[in-house]
Design a protein around this ligand. Structure first.
Ligand SMILES: [Zn+2]
Length: 194
């Protein structure tokens, strides 16, 4: 009986280590994978200033992503093709989006967004604008930045190797704000009446 349980223990350890070794999300991504993704913040004027493992809340927790600083309203894009599986507003993350990759075993997390420009369940293409950089949630007293995370289902992975070599998308035109559109169309009507 003892022998059997010992055997089972070894077997389960072997199985667990095998699943870790074969889970593609656990492996450090290759440079080719990073190159195949788009950088989450569009344009050249963004800076990564917050890193994986940085101390937060006076050392009570560690930073589980990277912070990409850019001006408020800078377009945020889908790093890959996928589906918006969650669109939310939370006290910490503010306006958040979760993008489940169509071809990779992980979900990208976007937080502190100013605007969310997609709906839950929407399919998006790599490079598509899904929101804008802001400082919502617990970043409201900080300069605008995107908190970007990668989750393989449970827990987090360091997103840096994923975006290190990713090209930055140039977005020519942002979708106009709804209010501005309404104002402009009213003005247009007024003009046409004249
Ligand atoms: Zn952050």
């Amino acid at each position: 009986m003892k022998k059997l349980s010992l055997c089972l223990l070894f077997l389960s350890i072997a199985l667990i280590s095998f699943s870790f070794a074969t889970n593609p999300a656990r492996k450090s991504p290759t440079r080719a994978l990073s190159r195949s993704l788009d950088f989450p913040v569009a344009g050249k004027r963004s800076n990564i200033k917050g890193f994986w493992g940085d101390s937060r809340d006076g050392g009570r927790r560690l930073h589980k992503g990277i912070d990409i600083y850019a001006r408020k309203g800078t377009p945020v894009v889908a790093v890959c093709d996928g589906v918006i599986v969650n669109k939310d507003h939370t006290p910490i993350g503010g306006n958040t989006l979760w993008l489940k990759s169509a071809s990779h075993p992980w979900t990208a997390y976007y937080a502190h967004l100013d605007r969310q420009l997609v709906r839950e369940g929407q399919h998006v293409r790599k490079g598509q604008v899904i929101g804008t950089v802001g400082n919502t949630g617990n970043a409201r007293h900080m300069p605008s930045h995107l908190h970007f995370g990668i989750s393989p289902g449970s827990g987090w992975l360091n997103p840096m190797p994923y975006v290190k070599y990713s090209p930055k998308v140039t977005v020519a035109k942002m979708p106009a704000k709804k209010k501005a559109v309404a104002k402009n169309s009213r003005r247009a009507k007024r003009h046409s009446r004249r």
